[in-house]
Design a protein around this ligand. Structure first.
Ligand code: 5GP
Ligand code: ZN
Length: 114
């Protein structure tokens, strides 16, 4: 989709600190990390929200979540605990309307989130 920041990152038009890439997805470090480990996992295909992704391509949604777990392992936070978050809509803080799973870890994470 034109004018989409994360489509531009997925295509390589905008650089990012990529930790994993394959035919389906790209995972890269958040530019404004909220924890020692803060990686965003996105599909290459443009879907606005997790719900839209899940409805359109549930197998891809599953692969993204599997990748989130593998990234947590690779980043060394799987044993201590980590969080996979996807914000949906303005009221929840979604600022980029291309679905992304935040993988956060490396510090104590409070519950409930703010
Ligand atoms: P949201 O607020 O939509 O849940 O999450 C969007 C995330 O994208 C934010 O955590 C923000 O820091 C991150 N972000 C925004 N622009 C860029 C960028 O150009 N590069 C990277 N790596 N992350 C970005
Ligand atoms: Zn997009």
């Amino acid at each position: 989709m034109s004018d989409c920041l994360f489509c531009a990152i997925a295509s390589g038009d905008i650089p990012a600190d990529v930790v994993h890439a394959d035919d389906d997805m790209v995972a890269f470090r958040d530019i404004n990390p909220q924890a020692p480990v803060h990686v965003l996992v996105i599909p290459r295909a443009h879907h606005a929200t997790a719900a839209e992704l899940g409805a359109a391509d549930p197998a891809l949604a599953g692969r993204l979540l599997e990748a989130a777990g593998r990234i947590a392992e690779a980043e060394g936070v799987a044993a201590t605990g980590y969080r996979v978050v996807t914000n949906t809509g303005e009221g929840a803080g979604q600022s980029v309307h291309h679905v992304h799973f935040h993988v956060l870890g490396g510090r104590d994470l409070t519950w409930p989130p703010g």
